[in-house]
Write a protein that binds this ligand. Structure first.
Ligand code: ZN
Length: 275
């Protein structure tokens, strides 16, 4: 099972479960996450959701090279009405796929009407950031680190372009220009992370916070979440992301036009070796 679903009292725990690939997200995982979030949203006994990653790392990002990579597989689309990407070419395929499994899914999950806490240890890189950022709170272990190295592919950041809103525009530029790893403590200084706790205490601290939040009334939490999300959208998050999604696809198309593929021929390994 690529995603596990458990409940602990009033808290649903959604766990990405590909630890052998540092929880690289293939589409099978994306749709399993969607299923799990849908279940947590619908279950009246669940007040708060925790998103976790099995093993030593939260998520190394989108799957760009494991044996379970499934970019050419069709799934029942959930995030929008755009057509299936399979059997199409170029932008016709790429825009459809990324609208659904990347931008669309993350936006859908951000709207889950219950508080969601990302519990982050180890790597939270590129596509991993998208999952942590669409959660409401982030509790990080002291060994967690954050990075978006996709500028190495000539691409201006991951599809869910929340960078300037979650860390401020000036640091967002440094984060993207360098692709450097930002340690948990620095991420907290920047306001991107709520709490940093010792690795050994990560679960205890996260579930203690979830339990405190779970004492609030369900509707109060849902309306409060929506209120802050609406404010964030009024600060330009949603419109900004839409405009950058176009630049992101210009970059993919440029790569495909002048080079080997839309990722500038980069693999997980070459991305790492260029760090
Ligand atoms: Zn992309």
């Amino acid at each position: 099972m690529v995603v596990r679903y458990d409940t602990r009292d009033e808290v649903a725990v959604v766990t990405m479960n590909r630890p052998e690939y540092r929880n690289a997200q293939n589409s099978a995982m994306t749709y399993a996450l969607d299923e799990a979030f849908y279940r947590a949203a619908a279950d009246d006994a669940v007040k708060v959701v925790v998103l976790a990653g099995a093993g030593d790392h939260f998520s190394a990002g989108h799957d760009i090279g494991t044996p379970g990579r499934d970019v050419d597989t069709s799934f029942d689309r959930r995030a929008g009405l755009w057509w299936d990407h399979v059997g199409k070419e170029g932008v016709d395929s790429r825009f459809a796929r990324e609208s659904e499994v990347y931008l669309g899914m993350c936006r859908r999950w951000r709207e889950l009407p219950k508080p969601v806490i990302a519990m982050v240890q180890g790597a939270c890189v590129a596509g991993g950031l998208m999952l942590a950022w669409c959660c409401d709170l982030i509790v990080a272990a002291d060994d967690a680190f954050f990075a978006d190295p996709v500028v190495r592919m000539g691409i201006p950041g991951v599809e869910y372009f929340a960078h300037p809103w979650v860390m401020g525009p000036r640091f967002a530029k440094e984060f993207l220009f360098t692709g450097d790893r930002v340690p948990a403590a620095r991420a907290r200084e920047l306001g991107m992370v709520n709490h940093v706790v010792p690795r050994a205490d990560l679960e205890t601290e996260t579930f203690a916070l979830a339990a405190r939040i779970a004492r609030m009334p369900r509707l109060g939490l849902a309306l409060t979440k929506k209120a802050v999300n609406q404010a964030e959208d009024l600060m330009g998050l949603r419109a900004g992301m839409d405009s950058v999604f176009g630049l992101h696809h210009a970059a993919h198309a440029h790569n495909a036009e002048v080079g080997a593929d839309s990722l500038a021929g980069m693999t997980a390994r070459s991305m790492k070796s260029k760090a």
